[in-house]
Design a protein. Structure first.
Length: 328
């Protein structure tokens, strides 16, 4: 089969399409999927650079964390899917290939109103966002959610899911044009971030001095101090990404005084059982929103998978709004 292949760690020029061995015949609860589309993630860029290795058991050279495709064959113990089913899901790697072997618990059926390309834009962003907002963050109706990098794949997913729950959403971005687009998805308040990342005063102003009940942070260290200042009493901070650094000073007294909860999360490194639980909750609570059209996939740009070098360059430019898709 053909797959996106990292020849050596470094820039996008180190990517190629290479013939690699196909997966083994599925057994047990495994399913063989013919991949029709796969989305790019920041993790793919980091893996290509050699700074975010794939978990044990997955190729360091074949990236890809989410996909959409068609079931080709199933193992003897597969009960939920059959040949010909349209499915999408998450994996710890190797999704950017023509064939993928995966456990049935990490798959969900694609709603009939969505194409393979639409579906490929959903799993990693929406499962991550749903898990962070509701399972970990316990967002309630009417509460205020602050989403950093709101124009990203996870950010847009968080925005849509929170608005479906009738929450108030404040979003930050370094690109004012992305904030303008986010208003079309229901963003209540937009905060452009410049050289000064002290957004706490604006958050407090927009919340009548109370602060945000929940923060979804894809940036990390550079926003940490202002995040603590921005949180309301009993607020929750969910750390999802570290693009702004990993080490920050921590004023413990603020956490004590406000009785804060600070939670870190990552989806890729979880066990199959943990991922299966997140996928199950996503299928039950989020898929109906796609079926009704209340929530929509966030597709920015589609590339043929042979154009993966160009796709990586585009994603690294930070010009994308939503997901970048490779189409097989």
């Amino acid at each position: 089969m053909k797959a996106v292949y990292i020849k050596e760690f470094g820039g996008p020029e180190n990517l190629e399409i290479r013939d690699v061995p196909a997966p083994e015949k599925p057994s047990g609860t495994n399913v063989l999927v013919r991949v029709k589309a796969a989305a790019l993630n920041r993790a793919d860029l980091l893996q290509r650079r050699g700074v975010y290795p794939a978990p044990k058991g997955f190729s360091q050279n074949i990236p890809g964390l989410e996909f959409a495709g068609e079931v080709l064959e199933t193992g003897d113990n597969v009960e939920n899917f059959k040949s010909g089913d349209r499915v999408f899901g998450i994996t710890a790697g190797e999704a950017q290939a023509e064939l993928l072997l995966i456990d049935q618990s990490l798959l969900a059926r694609i709603p009939g109103n969505l194409s393979f390309t639409d579906a490929a834009a959903i799993p990693e962003a929406f499962i991550t966002a749903h898990d962070a907002i509701f399972t970990l963050g316990d967002l309630r109706e009417g509460e205020t959610l602050l989403v950093h990098a709101v124009g990203s794949g996870v950010g847009l997913a968080a925005l849509q899911l929170a608005k479906a729950k009738n929450a108030i959403v404040i979003g930050t971005s370094r690109t004012s044009g992305k904030l303008d687009k986010c208003r079309e998805f229901g963003l209540d308040f937009a905060i452009p971030i410049g050289e000064d990342s002290d957004f706490a005063a604006i958050v407090k102003d927009k919340t009548a001095g109370q602060g945000a009940n929940l923060i979804i942070d894809l940036v990390g260290a550079s926003y940490f101090r202002a995040n603590l200042d921005s949180l309301a009493v009993k607020g929750r901070l969910i750390l999802v990404g570290l693009t702004g650094g990993a080490a920050a000073e921590f004023n413990l007294s603020i956490a004590l005084q406000k009785r804060l909860r600070i939670i870190g999360t990552v989806l890729r490194g979880r066990s199959v059982e943990e991922k299966a639980e997140a996928v199950s909750k996503f299928a039950k609570e989020v898929l109906p929103l796609f079926e009704s059209g209340k929530v929509k996939p966030n597709v920015d740009k589609i590339f043929r998978f042979e154009e993966v070098e160009t796709a990586h360059t585009y994603l690294e430019s930070n010009e994308s709004f939503g997901k970048v898709i490779l189409e097989f």
